[in-house]
Design a protein around this ligand. Sequence first.
Ligand code: SAM
Ligand code: SF4
Length: 478
Amino acid sequence: MFGLNKKQLSEDKQGTALKLKENGNQRKLYLESYGCQMNFSDSEIVASVLEKNGFDTTPNIDDADLVLINTCSIRDKAEQKIRNRLKAFHSIKKQKPQLTIGILGCMAERLKSKFLEEEKLVDLVVGPDSYRDLPNLIKQVDDGRKAVNVILSKEETYADISPVRLGGNGITSFVSIMRGCDNMCTFCVVPFTRGRERSRNPKSIISEVKKLVENNYKEVTLLGQNVDSYLWCGGGLKKEFNNLSKEEQGKSVNFAQLLDLVASNCPKIRIRFSTSHPKDMTDDVLHTMTKHQNICKYIHLPVQSGSSRILNLMNRGYSREWYLNRINSIRKIIPNCGISMDIITGFCTESKKDHKETLSLMEKVKYNFGYMFKYSERPNTLAQRKLKDNVSDKIKSKRLTEIINLQQSHSFERNQQEIGEVHNVLIEGVSKKSKNKLFGRNTQNTVVVFPKETYKPGDYVNVLVESCTTATLIGTTI
Ligand code: SAM
Ligand code: SF4
């Protein structure tokens, strides 16, 4: 993976252990998380469930009674990294046999009891819909048995569980609005590991965002695999919507309506959302974004490929033309909108011509930034079963480099256009490169760096942009 803006997949957060305030609990939990923002958000739910059941967190594995690792299956590399961590945990357990080791998340769901039977690396295997069951499962392990719960749910959204939030910067936060995915993109493991799509009650979403405002948070990102598909109609699976009565359907809440509700009920917090899906993103969502000053003017709109033939093989549900039409709508309705993408290079049968179409689509859109990946075949996905992973690794790497280079030149060009402009920035922290500088993000989600003066994280400042790099705007406050 190569990302030109690291927030969304939080590369720097990968593998960090949660450290929350002590509650005087006897047992100690060491919880390490990998993967997408949804996983980090789930870890906060896990910590909340376990805090109420006798566990405080520790960032020090040697102090732990329970080691949990929240895992990602999206690419083979992600799984390899986790296997190495499990081996390291296992060798600690050899010295400390009473230590319980558990695997959570997508890899737990994908490999299920294989972890217990074949690899014998863990005591506990828990899928993404079973975190409420953790106290019972831990009890089983305490009683000398191994424990597994990988049942995927039709209803679970953890709506009533208030996540423990002290792992972050106290300024930006994440709230899940839905779980699972019904899309079946042929390359993707998510529908198998996270189950069918279900949306969360808007009332519980709004009350969680209100709580964030009370706790002085300044920004929230609403999370889902495909937020544009959000549809609340009383609970249960999205695919059952058509079986509801006309009256029940009439009372449903879609994503544009949810955004409107959150923005008007919580005017003091800045709102982002991720991920948007080109096949489902409506103009209504775009109009709602323009209606509210507190909704950030930024859309992450993964394209995956610029070739309609490849998009069809990927089962993405849109063509190149459809995607470009969605971009035109964004530019027309929200002229200053920041746009980013995901691209997979070297998908099954991708030819030179297909690759060129991806480059030409990038030229047309000129994204602000992007996340770019080499295709990694995942077991049991439709692509693995029906298509040939026949682009060599050498060609995948060559094409990825071309895509990255092009994106870097576009990011630089976009950033250069901002020189001389003033940007309103929410300050997130001290710049990594200099302790005399602060950094934050503008509405388009671009990082802005400026001298510290007397400002502090959580403040809004206006910054006059004076120079830039590919990833950062640099300026002074005015
Ligand atoms: N739901 C989001 C969507 O549809 O855009 C994306 C979810 S996925 C966690 C994030 C990104 O990982 C995808 O947009 C895709 O670019 C990439 N990805 C997913 N499966 C992949 C695979 N098998 N190989 C390489 N990249 C993959
Ligand atoms: Fe995976 Fe496609 Fe669902 Fe995104 S929309 S999670 S890529 S299946």
